[in-house]
Design a binder for this molecule. Structure first.
Ligand code: PGA
Length: 229
């Protein structure tokens, strides 16, 4: 299983260091085949040793240059970062990233050999139209994306389940993952209100290869409990 923690705009450099110290100890008890990823905010990126990987939540597709407010390859390389989250719904919806922009990022960081955790997900009005509409919407989020890329991990995150406390049902996750796997044969994570109470049920679903966790990942003890569950 893959367990990924997306801190979003939470935690500082200092609190991330404390978090990692707690997590590192707890991870001695994890199954060797389980993989853990932490995506702290950009200001907290650093080189950490341990049985986990640190990734960036976002970066601009450039080595360096005039892109005010952004970080590029040069800033990531300082900390040995080679894992990146791309396509999160909050970046698509709140930060206005188009599919074209997302695909441009993907191409750039793929060419740099980055491991990419690529997110897709539908809004509630599409989910309410039924499975066919959901799949059409999700597959459009692969436009311009090389789904055969060897270092690709996909996260399916229904937007209506993110940060709402309302996870998708087992049936919704199972059927969506099954349908996605017909198109893309990559590790497929589920994200959206995953927490200690539902982690076992979700990771037991066929076609779920891991989870991407927001709110419930912010506490190191809580996130560790989910990994060791
Ligand atoms: P959540 O966020 O766990 O708080 O729902 C998940 C995500 O956005 O990756």
């Amino acid at each position: 299983m893959i367990f990924a923690a997306n801190f979003k705009t939470n935690h500082t450099r200092a609190s991330t260091a404390k978090y990692i110290a707690v997590l590192k100890e707890k991870l001695h008890a994890k199954k060797p085949e389980d993989r853990v990823y932490i995506f702290p905010p950009a200001t907290a990126l650093d080189q950490y040793e341990g049985d986990f990987k640190i990734g960036a939540q976002n970066a601009y597709p450039t080595q360096n240059g005039a892109f005010t407010g952004e970080i590029g390859l040069e800033q990531l390389e300082e900390f040995g970062i080679n894992t990146l989250l791309i396509g999160h719904s909050e970046r698509r919806e709140k930060l206005g990233e188009s599919q074209e922009k997302v695909a441009q990022k993907f191409r750039f960081f793929k060419d740099q050999g980055y491991e990419i955790l690529y997110c897709i997900g539908e809004p509630l009005e599409i989910r309410e139209k039924g499975n066919e509409a959901v799949m059409e919407y999700l597959l459009a989020q692969f436009d311009g994306i090389d789904i055969g890329y060897e270092k690709l991990i996909i996260a399916y995150e229904p937007i209506w389940a993110i940060g709402t406390g309302r996870s998708a049902t087992v049936e919704e996750i199972a059927s969506t993952h099954e349908a996605l796997k017909q198109t893309v044969q990559k590790p497929l994570l589920y994200g959206g209100s995953v927490n200690p109470a539902n982690i076992k049920e979700i990771t037991a679903i066929r076609g779920v290869d891991g989870v991407l966790v927001g709110s419930a990942s912010l506490d190191a003890e809580k996130f560790s409990t989910m990994i060791l569950a």
